[in-house]
Write a protein that binds this ligand. Structure first.
Ligand code: ADP
Length: 155
């Protein structure tokens, strides 16, 4: 049976930290689906089509990585695509506490699905999509924070 993992998030936009986690996980799984969660109550900066396109470009050469969008519970999406693993990245102990809660509730909902955590590269610890959005909004240089495929014109 294929080992499929999903890497869920908003990716608004995808950052170097996200890319690091997916690249490190490639040898662990037969397929990784970068899954953009659509949350009607969340105000995003970049459109879902734009976010999807950037992720496709970043992983263009990685044959086992694909992008999908989903609505609803992450564990339900896992079931739909036959994924037994949820991949998440950890930066700090605060991330761990947050992720622990989500992971444990997901386990209650679907005991057959496991969350796999990978530690980020130390230099990527301060990077988050929200910091990228803030820097971008105020006209700063985001090139050290996002992958080179993301060529966003100034706001
Ligand atoms: P969410 O909307 O769930 O916060 P994100 O797009 O911010 O989604 O993050 C998705 C995943 O990527 C989460 O597991 C998060 O911890 C991880 N992540 C975010 N930034 C980094 C980073 N700099 N290094 C490693 N993992 C990260």
């Amino acid at each position: 049976m294929q080992k499929i993992a999903i890497f869920p998030g908003s990716f608004d936009p995808i950052t170097r930290g996200h890319v690091f986690i997916v690249k490190r996980a490639i040898p662990l799984f037969d397929k990784i689906i970068v899954a953009i969660g659509q949350n009607a109550t969340k105000q995003n900066m970049f459109s879902i089509e734009q976010r999807e396109k950037w992720i496709e470009q970043v992983f263009e050469k990685d044959a086992t990585v694909e992008v999908q969008t989903y609505q609803g519970l992450t564990v339900d999406f896992c079931r739909q695509v036959g994924a037994k693993f949820i991949l998440r990245g950890l930066r700090t102990s605060a991330d761990f506490e947050f992720e622990r809660g989500i992971g444990q509730v997901n386990k209650m909902l679907h005991p057959d699905i496991d969350t796999v955590f990978l530690l980020t590269e130390p230099s990527f610890t301060p990077i988050s999509s929200s910091i990228v959005r803030d820097v971008y909004r105020h006209g700063g240089d985001i090139s050290k924070l996002v992958p080179p495929e993301i060529n966003i014109p100034s706001p």
